[in-house]
Design a binder for this molecule. Structure first.
Ligand SMILES: [Zn+2]
Length: 80
């Protein structure tokens, strides 16, 4: 499986906010950054790392609430 590394961003209130990475089709604002690689095994090559609220809840259920995640911190444009 080919790994996706392109994170898309959107500028909101002068902050760079990552967008949901789910299947490369969702354009919602990211809600959580997730780390499926930490689970190893068959999830090692999962492409997405940012999920919107909807997809985060969906995947959390699928991973039986074991999906490692952190909150998304928007980056200020001026810090780049
Ligand atoms: Zn999404």
């Amino acid at each position: 499986m080919k790994e996706k590394s392109t994170i898309r961003y959107k500028i909101l209130n002068d902050k760079r906010v990552p967008l949901c990475d789910y299947s490369g089709t969702c354009m919602n604002k990211a809600y959580r950054e997730v780390f499926p690689r930490l689970l190893k095994g068959k999830y090692r090559n999962r492409g997405w790392s940012y999920l919107c609220r909807k997809h985060f809840e969906q995947e959390l259920k699928r991973f039986k609430r074991k999906l490692p995640y952190s909150t998304v911190c928007p980056i200020s444009k001026h810090d780049l």
